[in-house]
Each structure stands twice: as structure tokens, then as C-alpha cells.
Design a protein around this ligand. Sequence first.
Ligand code: NG6
Ligand code: CA
Length: 507
Amino acid sequence: MNRRAFLRATTIAGIAGGVTAGRGLLATNAAKPRAPRKPNIVILYADDLGYGDPGCYGSKAIPTPNIDAIAKRGLRFTNGYCSAPTCTPSRYSLLTGEAPFRNSRAKILPGDAAMIIKTDQPTLPKMLQKAGYLTGIVGKWHLGLGTTKGGVDWNKKITPGTNEVGFDESYIMAATNDRVPCVYVKNGTVVGLDPNDPILVNYGTNFPGEPTGRKNPELLKMKHSKGHDCSIVNGIGRIGYMKGGKKALWTDEDMADVFTAKAVDFLNRNAKKDKPFFLYFALHQPHVPRVPNKRFVGTTKLGPRGDVIVEMDWCVGEVLKTLKTLGIEEDTLVIFSSDNGPVLDNGYHDQSPELNGDHKAGGIYRGRKASPFEAGTRVPFITSWPGTIKPGVSDAMVSQTDFFASFASLVGETMPEGKAIDSVDIMPALLGESDTGIDVFYQKYTLRQGHWKVILPKSGRHGTKTLHLFNLLEDPGETTNVAKKNPAVVKRLLKLHKKILARKVKR
Ligand code: NG6
Ligand code: CA
């Protein structure tokens, strides 16, 4: 059976038994049974891209024709959220359907962290495997590898890892581009291993005799502004220490080409098979260090941060082009989003603040990456499926935590009892069939219901010391705390927040 015939067959296969149940107290739009459909699914996931960065979200400073093309033929959400304002927690939620605060280890991880997804935990890619999908991840992982912190031997097969939590194919970096080990890992094995030059990684102390950004600034081509002063790889100071593996080290300037080639190769190989595929392409831009390929240097007036967004847009374009060449655009649901809000200086002197001009990376929203204000989690969020999703703009509230239950509903899989408890089936909203998404969007210290948003007091650099209530309809920029004027609303939201936090995942 060819791909199209297969898709048709699954489309008319009838109503699956026991389609996704309503998700407890959050089931505002309990799923109507639907005939399963199994399109290919591609998630393009930016790293630190803000609501206001792409052209289709209002940027005039950064040309993003390919992201804009997805929006033009698809549905652009104005109330789309990632689950948390930083990377690891958002990615954890996207793959597990659990709010990050339910797992105490879902915090920004070092590159030698143990994997925080358990191998017996249900995941989005495992669910899709069960539904007959071929699954692949390319790009940034940042959810830990192996079973103990610092316990991975990078010179041997690394396990458990991506393959054990649902990905048939994997070509990743372990953490982020500012953290060691600065190597690619293919299906659990470092690419370019040399037994005569073993790789050692340590997040505590340096290896004797190895240069660091702190002691050897003369070796740096990009200076750090905060942290990022440990091992030097490709002339850039990183977080953490590593030694060896000279042939395996990545070159930042080539990273976009390397990952894109892997994503395109995944599509070319798997589109020809009689199974649908799921590709999670976790782009590394515009996270620091921002080091574009020379083709993209100077493509904006914003310096490296703008230029790497143009580079990222090129990566997106290569994926779109491949889908077109393969003739599978109408068989493929493409989602574009970001893992958290934007940041200018994030630890390197790359002139981001100086060259930013009047560009508003967070759009009209207050805050930034790591912030409880809107710009921390309200991100670009676009779905497209030509022939199925009618192009337009949706104001429905949607979050990435909901992909698990929504895709399960789409492909006719049941959700695991007592697990993935924060994931709500909002497929009708994602497809533009409904204007209603989730009723509440919550984090450990925030909750939004309708146009009301409460931020609970929290200490720390990004915390608000006092309780805040905002009316996002009248005051989307969160300028005026109206908590004192609306005690009943505060009480209602806090009660709901407490109830949600008290829910337990079956372990
Ligand atoms: C911070 C890093 C920042 C970035 C972030 C994680 C410093 C000063 N800052 O601690 O550069 O790596 O962690 O980003 O070291 S995330 O997108 O992966 O969450
Ligand atoms: Ca991020």
C-alpha cells in the first residue's frame, strides 16, 4: 500500500474504541469520538524564540519567510503557550503530557544529568509508535541521558536515552549549545568517537592542564558576560568541563547544516515507507551561543541574535521544501513553536541588547525567558495541514502540554490511566474546528483562566515578591496589578490552582 492509500485506509477505519477520555477536572471540551487519522507529524521547535520575533507575529526587523509561510497556509495562534519559561521543563511537558512541576527534576539540566523521563513512562512518541508511526528526533535534547548524574561513559553506548523513551531514530546534542559535551549523539553513540582520544566530562572541576574561558580569555572568539567560562570549544567558553574527543567536537557554524541534513534525510527515507512518521526537530536557535553560518552573518541589523533566527528560518524552509518535493504536504501536520520566551544577553557579549533597536522579541508582552509574565511562556504557535486546516488566526488558548492527548485523539489511541494528567485533548482547536482550547493554563506559580491571570508570590530574580492579578483583556501588557480590586477572582483562581497542584500522577 502506498502512503496515500494507507492514509485513506486509516481515515475510513472507523471510530476507534475508547478514544481519549476527558481529562478530569480540566476537561472543558471532552473529546467527541472521531474517526482516527494518521497524518505525518512534524514539530519544529525553536529554542528561546519570542512571541514577537517572527514576521508573522509582527517583527519587521527579522525576515522569516518560511515560518511566515507556515502561518499563511495554516493557523496562527495568539494564545499559544509553552509549559514553562525555560527549556527542560517545557520539553518534559511536551513529551510526557505532565506539568513540569510534577517532576522535581524537570529544571534546567547540566549536560551530564541523568534522564528525567523514566523508561516506563508513557510519552508522546511512544504513543505514536503504538499507533504505527516511525518516530525521530533531531536537535536539542536537554532531558538528561543515562541513569545517574555524571554517570555516562561518553565513549560507550549511552543508555537509556532518546531511543528508550520512544524515538526510533535520534541525532541530538545532549543538552544545549552552551553546555558540554559539545558533540553529536546518534542513537546513543557519540558521532566521531576516537578510542585514542576518549571524552571526559565533568561539571564540578576542570581537567588538569585544560584551558578555560576564565583563565584563557585570549583563546576566545566570543567573550562571556556571565557563566560560560569553563571549557573552550571552537573558541567559545561553555558551561561545564570536557576533555578529549577532538574529532567529535561540533563546529557551531555548521550546526544548522548538520541538523537540517539529518532532518531532511529522516523525511526522505521515511516518507517512502508505508507508515506515517513523527519528526521532532528541536532547532538550536536562537539560544546562546549565537554563532550562525557565514551565509547568515549580517542578514539582519540585530547582530547574531537576529542572524541566527534567519538561519533557523532557513532550516524550517528546508523541511518545508522537502515535504513539498516528496508530495506529502497534504499528508503532514506541521507545528511550529518555541520552548520558552526570548532573552537578549544570556551570558555572552554578542551585542544583542546593543543592536536590538526597537525590536520587541516578546511582542507586546511583559517579561522574557524565565519570567512568570506573559512573554516567558506565550510563544509563536502555528499549526498547518494543507487541505485539512483552514488558514487563519485563532485566539483559542492552547499549550504544548496538550499535544500528547490531542495527537492521541487524532490517531485513535487511548490515554494511559493516571498518567500524562495535564494533557487535554484540544485537537479541534489545533485543527481550527473549534475556537475553544484549554480553559486554564497553569504553571507552578501562575494560573490563567479566561482573561484573568494570577501570579503567586515567589522569591528569586524572576519571581514577583507579591501576588499579582492581571486582566489580560484590558491589560495584555500586565502593567497594573488589580488583585486588591478583585478579591473574589483571586480567591477563585487560587483555589483552582491549589486543586490542580494537588493532583497526583500515578507512578
Ligand atoms: C542559564 C544560562 C543560560 C542558558 C539557560 C538555559 C548562565 C549565566 N545562563 O543558566 O545561558 O543556558 O541557563 O537555557 O549560565 S534553556 O533554554 O536551555 O532553558
Ligand atoms: Ca530554551
